[in-house]
Design a protein around this ligand. Structure first.
Ligand code: LRH
Ligand code: MN
Ligand code: MN
Length: 424
């Protein structure tokens, strides 16, 4: 963790300016009939989970360029996640990927307690073969033509639930790479039937207070067809399996130009929105930093979430899912968590009564302007003040750099070479 003196010293340099900016924004919002303290209280309560796999440097199939002080295992990763939460106060939990992070529950629990974190959704992995594995996933996992391979995938998912139950997780996210690479290679219907049968076996073992999240993705690694390719198929799965099954929306998993906020609205309307993997994309599943490409789209997603907030049963899970190829992952994850929070705060500012009036009277121009008023407002002083009051950093990246955390952990964590690390 970072020495609190470092955070306080960094905050001391910025606090006067923050107080002035917060007061000015408070006066501005007051004129719009908005209580800044109420917005700040909501922002302060908001949290987004960190993906354990996001704190290591990512890469492409061409190359990977690891930085110094790469985490060696889940315990190093939890240290890094602890720092992200310490500085941003916005990331109280971590989402584990199994078997990458498989360790005894007692060890995971004690490390999480040490760094002040809890565990979010468990993620299973049947898209790769593991060294000790009997059956290969080359031709699929939960939808494989071979019953023993499907059973192996089912057992793996059940093992993820069992570990998750011991560490306080309440959800399993299943994403499969199953699909096909050639027209004719597979029968779409029979393949989906096999997937549903196998996934139902996992669903049947789910504890009562758990949610099964299925995650769709249009393509990759299968390049002709994918079993769970879009939100339509995802919704069918959730409807077939039952009340504890919901859909997970990863922002990078759609065709270009798809109206994601509308998918969010549809799934919400029918009680099937289970959670998010936040990231950004330009071309495909780019796993770029959240809000780095299209912050307006992120805002529009949050506009739908705020719209639904008054329903007490509405509680989708919020996670980041990104890959950091050219930045320090800790910095990217901090900035991304703040971007998610920012979109939430901006959406909270939308005058919903006015918007509804413009919608009902078909005043398209004023409706869209009302929405944009929220997006155009610089809410940074609200986010920074919420962080300061919770003991975090006014400027997390500045405090992180001042702490020299990365240099310090590099003394214990051996350098890793990226040479030869890509497969073209
Ligand atoms: C698939 C995905 C899914 C995996 C993660 C590593 O592209 O988004 O969530 O678990 O990446
Ligand atoms: Mn994802
Ligand atoms: Mn993805």
């Amino acid at each position: 963790m970072i020495n609190s003196d470092v955070i306080q010293a960094a905050n001391a340099k910025a606090v006067d300016r923050l107080e002035a900016d917060y007061a000015a924004l408070g006066a501005h919002l007051d004129r719009r009939g908005i209580d800044i303290a109420a917005i700040k209280a909501k922002v302060a309560k908001y949290g987004v989970a960190i993906p354990s796999w996001g704190v290591g440097t990512g890469g492409t199939r061409f190359a990977r360029f690891p930085g110094s002080g790469e985490p060696r295992d889940i315990f190093d990763k939890l240290d890094d996640c602890g720092v992200i939460h310490q500085l941003t106060t916005a990331t109280p939990s971590v989402s584990l990927h199994i078997p990458w992070d498989a360790q005894p529950a007692a060890d995971l629990n004690s490390k999480a307690e040490e760094v002040g974190l809890t565990f979010d959704a468990m993620n299973s992995n049947t898209f790769q073969d593991q060294p000790d594995q009997t059956h290969s996933y080359k031709f699929g996992s939960l939808s494989h033509t071979d019953a023993a391979t499907r059973q192996q995938a089912v057992h793996h998912n059940i093992a993820c639930i069992e570990l998750g139950a011991q560490i306080g997780s309440k959800a399993l996210t299943i994403w499969v790479g199953d699909g096909s690479n050639f027209p004719g290679q597979t029968n779409f219907t029979r393949q989906f039937e096999r997937y549903l049968d196998a996934t139902r076996q996992v669903y049947d073992t789910l504890p009562d207070d758990w949610t099964l999240l299925t995650e769709h993705k249009m393509y990759e690694p299968a390049f002709y067809s994918t079993v769970v390719q879009d939100w339509g198929t995802n919704l069918l799965i959730a409807q077939q399996l039952g009340d504890k099954a919901k859909c997970l929306v990863d922002l990078g998993h759609h065709a270009p130009n798809v109206n994601i906020e509308m998918i969010v609205a549809r799934l919400t309307q029918f009680g099937k929105l289970g959670g998010f993997h936040f990231n950004d994309s330009k071309y495909g599943d780019d796993d770029l930093d959240t809000g780095s490409i299209d912050p307006y789209r992120l805002f529009l997603v949050f506009n739908e979430l705020v719209e639904a907030e008054s329903n007490p049963d509405f509680n989708p899970m919020h996670m980041l899912d990104q890959s950091h190829n050219v930045t320090d992952p800790i910095e990217s994850l901090m900035v991304s968590a703040m971007e998610v929070q920012r979109a939430y705060a901006q959406a909270l500012l939308v005058d919903r009564a006015a918007l509804e009036g413009y919608q009902d009277s078909n005043d398209a121009l004023m409706a869209t302007t009302t929405l944009k008023d929220g997006f155009r407002t610089n809410v940074e002083p609200i986010l920074a003040m919420a962080r300061l009051e919770k003991g975090g950093a006014i400027d997390p990246v500045a405090a992180y750099r001042a702490s020299r955390y990365r240099a310090q952990v590099s003394e214990d964590r051996p350098a890793v070479s990226g040479a030869g690390g890509g497969i073209v």
